[in-house]
Ligand binder design. Structure first.
Ligand SMILES: Cc1ncc(COP(=O)(O)O)c(C=O)c1O
Ligand SMILES: N[C@@H](CCCC[NH3+])C(=O)O
Length: 427
C-alpha cells in the first residue's frame, strides 16, 4: 500500500463535475499528477504501467449523485462498464442494485457478496445454464429478451419451484444519436421486443399466462454514450404510454448517459437533468435506471510509460489491448504528462500503443509538452468504463491491474495479469 503524496500541496484541485475530464481528487503540483492523494509517479513505480487508477471517492460520489437524483426509484449500476468483487462490495454498501448480462458478471456479483435480490439479469442470449444459475441463486429480476427465452425461463422456474420476477425488454424504436454500434433502441435491433410490431404487448400477455413468471415491469435501454436528452424523452414517453396501457407499474429506462472524454468535448447532462426529463413522462410509475459509464468512466485514469518518441508518434507501453475504444468507435481521448515538468512549449502528437497495427492509436492529435521523452508518464483520464472490461490479450499482452486510491492510500483491486496466467491457458 502506498502512502500519501509527499508535497501535500494541492495546486488546481479539480472538483467533481461534468465539465472536467479528471476525477474528483486529481491534483497537479509542478505538472505532476496525484490521484486520491497519491502521486501518479509513485503509483507507476509501485504497480508498474500500464495501470488503471480508480479514484474511489469519485466513483462513490457519482453513484450517490444518481441515488439523490432518483430518491423514489432504484439505481442499478451497469456492471458491464467495469466490475470486480471490490466494486460489488462498494455498490452493496451504497445500497445500489446491479445489472449483469452474462454468467461471468453473475459470478463476479456472487463473489462480491451482492444480495441476489438486488441483481437484475440482462442479455439477448442467456443460456439455459446461465438462467438456471440466476433462478437458483434467487436473482431479483430477469429481463426477458425473446420468446425463446421466455419459454426457457418459465420451464426452468417451474422445474425449480420458483416464481421468477421478470421485466420485458422493449425496443421503443428510438434513435439515441450515438455511435451505431452502441445504439440499441432502434427498430432494427437484436435487443428486446419491438413495441411497434406488437411483440412487446404479446410478451406481456405471454408472461401473464405463465404461473412460474411474475411480471415486475418493463425495460428499455436505447444506447450508450448519449449526450442529448431527446432520445431519452422519446423513449420515456413511449414506454410510459405502453406501461399504462399494459397496467404495469414499474419502468426501467436503462443506462446510457454519456461522459466527457476531452476538455473540448460536449458536457453531458447531469443525472438530475436526465431524471427530470424521464419524470415528466413517468409520473406515478416506479422508475429505475442503469447507469454504468457515467459512474465508472470519469473515476479512472490510465497511466502509461512512454517508450519511444518518433516524429509525431509517442509510443506507450499499452494500446488497443487495454483500450479498444478508439479503434472500435473512433472514441476521442486526451492525455497529459503526469510525471512533472510544466511550462514547456507544446506540440501536437499521436499517442500510440505497442500493437502490430496502425489503428492502434490511443489518443489522436493531442498537445503534449514539446520535450516529451521516453520514461515520461502519460495519464489518460475518463478511462474507467468499457476499458478494463473490454481489454484483451491481443499480441499476448497481459491486461493491466486496477488500483483504487483513496485518502492517500492505494490498493490493488484487480491484479495485473501475467504472462504465466496466459501460458496456463495453453495445452
Ligand atoms: C441493458 C443495459 N443497461 C445499462 C447499460 C449501461 O449503459 P451505460 O454504461 O451507457 O450507462 C447498458 C450498456 O449500454 C445496457 O446494455
Ligand atoms: N462498449 C461500448 C459501450 C457498450 C454499452 C453496453 N451496452 C463503449 O465502449 O462505448
Amino acid at each position: 500500500m502506498l502512502a500519501a503524496a509527499g508535497s501535500g500541496r494541492c495546486l488546481g484541485c479539480v472538483p467533481m463535475s461534468n465539465a472536467s475530464v479528471w476525477p474528483a481528487t486529481a491534483s497537479w503540483t509542478g505538472g505532476a499528477l496525484s490521484l486520491g492523494g497519491v502521486a501518479a509517479a509513485d503509483l507507476a513505480a509501485e504497480y508498474g504501467t500500464p495501470v488503471y487508477v480508480l479514484d474511489e471517492a469519485d466513483f462513490r460520489a457519482r453513484a450517490r449523485t444518481w441515488q439523490e437524483a432518483l430518491p423514489d426509484g432504484d439505481v442499478h449500476y451497469g456492471g458491464k462498464a467495469f466490475l470486480c468483487p471490490e466494486v460489488v462490495r462498494w455498490l452493496d454498501g451504497l445500497g445500489l442494485s446491479l445489472d449483469v448480462c452474462t454468467g461471468g458478471e453473475l459470478a463476479v456479483a456472487q463473489a462480491g457478496g451482492m444480495p441476489p435480490e438486488r441483481v437484475v439479469f440482462h442479455g439477448n442470449n442467456k443460456s439455459r445454464d446461465e438462467l438456471r444459475r440466476a433462478v437458483t441463486w434467487g436473482v431479483g429480476c430477469v429481463v426477458l429478451d425473446s420468446f425463446t427465452e421466455l419459454d426457457r425461463l418459465a420451464a426452468l422456474a417451474r422445474e425449480h419451484g420458483v416464481r421468477q420476477r421478470v421485466m420485458i425488454r422493449v425496443t421503443p424504436g428510438v434513435d439515441a444519436l450515438t455511435h451505431r454500434s452502441i445504439a440499441t433502441g432502434g427498430e432494427d435491433s437484436k435487443f428486446g421486443f419491438s413495441l411497434a410490431a406488437g411483440h412487446a404487448a404479446r410478451a406481456v400477455r405471454r408472461v401473464r399466462e405463465e404461473d412460474s413468471l411474475e411480471l415486475h415491469g418493463l425495460h428499455s435501454h436505447i444506447g450508450s454514450q448519449i449526450l442529448r436528452l431527446d432520445g431519452f424523452a422519446q423513449a420515456a414517453e413511449r414506454m410510459c404510454a405502453f406501461a399504462r396501457a399494459s397496467d404495469v407499474e414499474r419502468l426501467d429506462l436503462g443506462g446510457g448517459l454519456g461522459i466527457r472524454y476531452t476538455p473540448d468535448g460536449q458536457p453531458p447532462p447531469t443525472p438530475d437533468e436526465l431524471v427530470t426529463v424521464l419524470r415528466k413522462h413517468t409520473a406515478g410509475l416506479r422508475l429505475s435506471v442503469e447507469p454504468g459509464r457515467s459512474i465508472a468512466g470519469p473515476s479512472t485514469v490510465a497511466l502509461y510509460r512512454v517508450g519511444t518518441v518518433k516524429g509525431g508518434y509517442v509510443s506507450v507501453d499499452g494500446g488497443m489491448s487495454d483500450n479498444p475504444r478508439p479503434a472500435m468507435y473512433g472514441a476521442p481521448y486526451t492525455a497529459a504528462r503526469a510525471s512533472g515538468g510544466e511550462g514547456a512549449a507544446r506540440r501536437r502528437v499521436h499517442v500510440v500503443g505497442k500493437h502490430c497495427e496502425s489503428g492502434d492509436v490511443l489518443v489522436r492529435d493531442v498537445a503534449l509538452p514539446e520535450d516529451v521523452a521516453p520514461g515520461d508518464l502519460l495519464a489518460v483520464p475518463a478511462s474507467g468504463a468499457y476499458q478494463r472490461s473490454m481489454a484483451s490479450n491481443y499480441n499476448h499482452v497481459p491486461r493491466p491491474p486496477v488500483v483504487a486510491v483513496r485518502d492517500g492510500a492505494a490498493r490493488v483491486i484487480v491484479r495485473r495479469e501475467t504472462e504465466e496466467d496466459l501460458l496456463r491457458l495453453y495445452v
